[in-house]
Design a protein around this ligand. Structure first.
Ligand code: ATP
Length: 326
């Protein structure tokens, strides 16, 4: 596609800190090549509603430090249907747009794969706090979410130690335990429960009891939102077995707070590199791929290989966390 001139960019799925830095990188990378760039408002919903506006270099000024997405995002079930995509493609082609950059998570890149299968030039950029995308080590937004989660864990440790309590902290991440695993290791958690593993409330309680017996005066359990041991189940179990466990237990659910705020330097740099790499690939005539960073190198993976797959959590790190909880 050497004569590429007009592209569009959208952000889709849950917002993630660093999406704006990626929008800026895509926009300026394309403008620097003399291309025209259009912003699609509110993800795939805006594509269906034909909400597209031209983007100039100054339009993406002052956003690199901003959390969320200035383009807006939305969930759009209609786009997952063939009729919805036909409408979206008609709107893109109606404006002479030749390629689309999709900044988003697993579901959003399944949408990109569908567009690619239907013959449109699409480039995926991984951005989701869940970090569940195959073909990429760490998605844009994840580092910030881990750091916010860690700050909360550190604060809870202060109160836990003052009152000789245990705290269970529920982290975001859907069916992927990456945030819980990383924040749990960095926060020195006694227990980490991931969706990828079978830990039950009785197992978590047993580890808290064992920590008490080893002389710990407080303890932290980090529970991923998709874990089999949910915080409600843990509280129920605790209610029935409290005297034998030793610690009082309090629960904190962090929820959407971990999505907010300014992206970390790591997320801004990653977003800038991946956004620029997406444009470089389009310039070489490559599309239908997710641009990702694996072991420090920028790579591309066909979107059709990514759709429906998940990036697994590293079980050896869970073992490390357990050893360190000694
Ligand atoms: P996050 O996990 O961070 O919230 P995500 O990209 O996984 O991000 P989803 O809500 O799963 O978020 O997907 C975003 C949008 O992508 C959906 O609203 C829908 O429009 C589109 N989409 C999801 N799955 C598919 C699919 N299988 N085929 C086509 N489009 C899809």
């Amino acid at each position: 596609m050497p004569s590429l001139k007009k592209i569009a960019v959208l952000t889709s799925g849950g917002d993630a800190p660093g999406m704006n830095a990626a929008v800026r990188a895509v926009t300026r990378g394309a403008l620097a090549r003399g291309w025209e760039v259009f912003a699609v408002r509110n993800g795939y919903a805006g594509l269906l509603a034909n909400e597209l506006d031209p983007l100039a270099a100054r339009d993406v000024g002052g956003i690199i430090q901003a959390g969320g997405t200035v383009l807006g995002s939305a969930r759009c079930p209609e786009f997952a249907e063939p009729a919805g995509r036909t409408k979206a493609l008609a709107n893109l082609r109606g404006r002479g747009i030749e390629a689309l950059v999709v900044i988003g998570g697993n579901g959003s890149q399944s949408g990109s794969a569908s567009l690619a299968r239907e013959g449109f030039a699409v480039l995926g950029v991984p951005s989701t706090i869940d970090n569940d995308l195959y073909g990429n080590d760490v998605s844009i937004g994840c580092d910030t979410a881990i750091n916010i989660t860690l700050e909360a864990i550190d604060r809870l440790r202060t109160t836990a130690s003052s009152h000789q309590r245990a705290f269970a902290v529920e982290t975001m991440g859907r069916n992927c335990g990456y945030i819980a695993l990383m924040a749990g290791i960095a926060g020195g958690a006694e227990v980490i429960a991931l969706p990828e593993h079978e830990l039950q409330p009785a197992d978590v309680a047993a580890r808290l009891r064992a920590a008490r017996e080893r002389g710990k005066t407080h303890a932290l359990a980090v529970i991923a939102e998709g874990a089999k041991c949910g915080v409600h189940e843990l509280m129920d179990y605790y209610g029935a077995h409290r005297p034998s466990i030793g610690f009082d237990l309090r629960v904190t659910r962090l929820g959407h707070v971990v999505r907010g705020g300014a992206p970390t330097a790591a997320d801004r740099v990653l977003a800038t590199r991946l956004g620029a790499a997406a444009i470089a690939m389009l310039a070489e005539g490559r599309h239908g791929v997710l641009v990702g960073m694996v072991k420090g190198d920028i790579i591309s993976t066909p979107l059709t290989e990514i759709a429906g797959r998940m990036r697994p959590a590293d079980a050896s790190l869970l073992e490390l966390a357990r050893t360190m909880a000694l």
